[in-house]
Design a protein around this ligand. Sequence first.
Ligand SMILES: [Cu+2]
Length: 232
Amino acid sequence: MSGLRRVALVVPALFLFLAFSGGNVRAAISPGQEATDQLFWLVLVPAIGIGVLVMALVAYAVLKFRVRPGHTVGPPNPATNNPRLEALWTVIPAIILVVVGVAAFTTLVTTDTIPQNPDVIVQVNAHQWFWNFNITYVRNGTWLNTTGTFASLNTTGALTIKAGVKVKLILRSFDVAHSFYLPDFLFKIDVIPGHENTYWFQALQPGDYRIECAEYCGLNHYSMIGMLHVVK
Ligand SMILES: [Cu+2]
């Protein structure tokens, strides 16, 4: 086996190994995070393979066809117009684009379909410079909290949610534009004055997750940090 052929086999194998071992290290944090990560690896691994192949072909052509003593003139009748080759390099990228398009669309269906019957509705109120949460538990279409004694719970800075419940978010800003960012869940949604945005998540793993503001919103933007506590 030639050195070049060995590299052509080992490099994609290495990337596939890294992709699948890296992708499976942590259990899914939410359905949206899992779908987004899968799409990321599905695009990244072939993209690296194609990138390596193109760079290898460029390096091969540069070395093989460089101008050097005794090799200053090209072949007398270079081959042109190869319909088979042209069909291949049109059809293969088209197939890749269709696969990526379908995968991206199915990912969006998972991440952006807000449940019709959420277990909890959280109104996220963005202020300069803190997050305030109005938490309402929804059971059988009626608005109740866990104990059934009051309609909602209001907290600032931290939000506690049970693992597994479907949470619908209604996001409002009371001053300037902010952005509600849950890095571990791989989602970010704008919070804009005068407009309500809605989104959702379902936390699958108990733990503490950072909430950040991802839109520069003034002097203390950096301190606009909150915490999502997911409990069993
Ligand atoms: Cu902000």
